[in-house]
Design a protein around this ligand. Structure first.
Ligand SMILES: Nc1ncnc2c1ncn2[C@@H]1O[C@H](COP(=O)(O)OP(=O)(O)O)[C@@H](O)[C@H]1O
Ligand SMILES: O=C(O)C1=C[C@@H](OP(=O)(O)O)[C@@H](O)[C@H](O)C1
Ligand SMILES: [Mg+2]
Length: 184
């Protein structure tokens, strides 16, 4: 599918590591743009009736990824949506194809220090419930950063920046893309 068709669906998809701010930024971005907001993790929890740590405990990461794939497939098919994905959504090639083919993808980037600060108090991310969350985040970023870049139309730096300023930058860049699209 061409990138133009992807743009015309009116979808913005947020990808990036845990703690980049996808859920927080996504909700505000949707409000500013007058679009609906969905979060793939929230949808998984809603459909399953179990919270993420319990899904990991019972079904393992593999079970979670299967559920995530179903949800990404369904949500990315909607229109005029801001979708915050989970940090591992880019792992499956099917998800990457849906995200890049059905909307405009923003990679929210954060340094390891920043990601650690934003995730250290939250017990809801099973992958970080380890003795060394820094090493875990480093390993995940080494594997996933190329995948985030592969699907992204734009990379947004979030370190030391307020939610408001990140939202503002995404809106500006999206509006610019819209203008370029209309000029064609
Ligand atoms: N730009 C930011 N500045 C300060 N705090 C932020 C920023 N973005 C997110 N946060 C905070 O970091 C934590 C993790 O954000 P969240 O949106 O859950 O990230 P993600 O969905 O990418 O894992 C939340 O407590 C959120 O309020
Ligand atoms: O990076 C990951 O593999 C995960 C990220 C989480 O979402 P956030 O990126 O919104 O924290 C959630 O999907 C799950 O705990 C797995
Ligand atoms: Mg999130």
């Amino acid at each position: 599918m061409s990138q133009d068709t992807a743009f015309d669906r009116g979808n913005l998809f947020l990808v990036g590591p845990m703690g980049a701010g996808k859920t927080t930024i996504g909700r505000q971005l949707a409000e500013v743009l007058g679009k609906s907001f969905k979060d793939s993790d929230h949808e998984i929890v809603r459909r399953t009736g179990a919270r993420i740590p319990l899904i990991f405990e019972i079904e393992g990461e593999e079970g979670f990824r299967r559920r995530e794939q179903d949800v990404i497939d369904a949500l990315s098919a909607e229109k005029n949506l801001v979708l915050a994905t989970g940090g591992g959504a880019v792992l499956k090639p099917e998800n990457r194809a849906h995200l890049s083919g059905r909307g405009t993808v923003f990679y929210l980037f954060g340094s390891i220090d920043q990601l650690l600060r934003r995730t250290r108090r939250d017990r809801n991310r099973p992958l970080l419930q380890t003795d060394n969350p820094r090493a875990k985040l480093e390993a995940l970023m080494a594997e996933r950063d190329p995948l985030y870049r592969e699907v992204a139309d734009a990379v947004i730096y979030t370190d030391e920046r307020s939610v408001r300023s990140v939202v503002k930058e995404i809106v500006a860049r999206y509006r610019h893309m819209e203008k370029e699209r209309q000029a064609k």
